[in-house]
Design a binder for this molecule. Structure first.
Ligand SMILES: [Ca+2]
Ligand SMILES: [Ca+2]
Length: 254
């Protein structure tokens, strides 16, 4: 990934290394070292630029390691916040309720400043938590859990939290809303939009066509305001075998 910080083009590598890094790095190259000196942690399988967490004027990075095992919990996962300025570890985030196979950090995203304290907050998915999946918002300032999101109907293997994004403000309170994909919810997948201020479910989006092989919500993103006053969401649909169909647009206007 590439990051533009203070007008300087910089390439960021997040490396999953078992042992210490070599003592060199090319000019302009920022290396995010895996704090877990373990193999098979899934470090850097998810990445996001999350805005300036530590107040140094440079955007910082959120990095997931969804395969990290905690005590005897295989694939519980862990997430890290790194300084975009120095590459140093700023904070570690852990699953609020330890659970084997939670895959915490399988997806990460910038949440925006949902608690309006002036510091960007952090969105983390755990598609295996409780078998149906959950997503969490943490304070960027303190690292404390702000709220947890989940589908209204729990379903084993639903994949809730597999894909995440912030959408911008749909409710008019100045706080961005959050969208979470669950690619197998109710069979063909669902996408959920949550109020960024409190984590309450605002609406549920179903696949727009009747294809049986759809995995609606495999990936999600904000599409911007395509018609005045109505936020839009891009939700990717794909075949069950991983073959993806063209993206779908779903209106979220008020
Ligand atoms: Ca920073
Ligand atoms: Ca905040």
């Amino acid at each position: 990934m590439q990051c533009y910080c203070r007008g300087v083009r910089r390439t960021v590598f997040a490396l999953s290394l078992l042992w210490s890094l070599p003592a060199w790095a090319a000019p302009g190259l920022l290396i995010l070292d895996n704090p877990l000196r373990l193999s098979f942690t899934g470090f850097a399988s998810s990445l996001a630029v999350v805005g300036d967490i530590d107040g140094d004027g440079v955007s910082d990075y959120l990095v997931g390691a969804y395969e990290y095992y905690w005590r005897k919990n295989l694939n519980q996962g862990r997430v890290f916040v790194f300084s975009g300025q120095s590459g140093k570890l700023l904070r570690t985030l852990d699953l609020p309720d330890p659970y084997q196979g939670a895959a915490f950090g399988g997806a990460v995203a910038a949440a925006g400043d949902v608690n309006q304290d002036g510091v960007p907050d952090l969105l983390v998915g755990a598609f295996g938590q409780g078998e149906s999946g959950q997503a969490f918002v943490f304070s960027g300032k303190t690292g404390k859990l702000l709220y947890t999101m989940q589908a209204p109907q729990r379903q084993s293997g639903a994949g809730f939290g597999w894909a995440l994004a912030a959408l911008g403000d749909l409710t008019g309170d100045g706080v961005p809303e959050l969208v979470v994909g669950a690619f197998a919810q109710e069979g063909r997948g669902r996408v959920f939009v949550f109020d960024g201020k409190n984590g309450k479910l605002l609406r549920t989006l179903a696949p727009p066509s009747s294809s049986e092989s759809m995995t609606f919500g495999w990936s999600v993103a904000a599409a911007g305001d395509l018609d005045v006053g109505a936020g839009r969401l891009v939700a990717e649909k794909g075949a069950a075998g991983g073959r993806r169909a063209p993206a779908a647009l779903e209106g979220l206007g008020q």
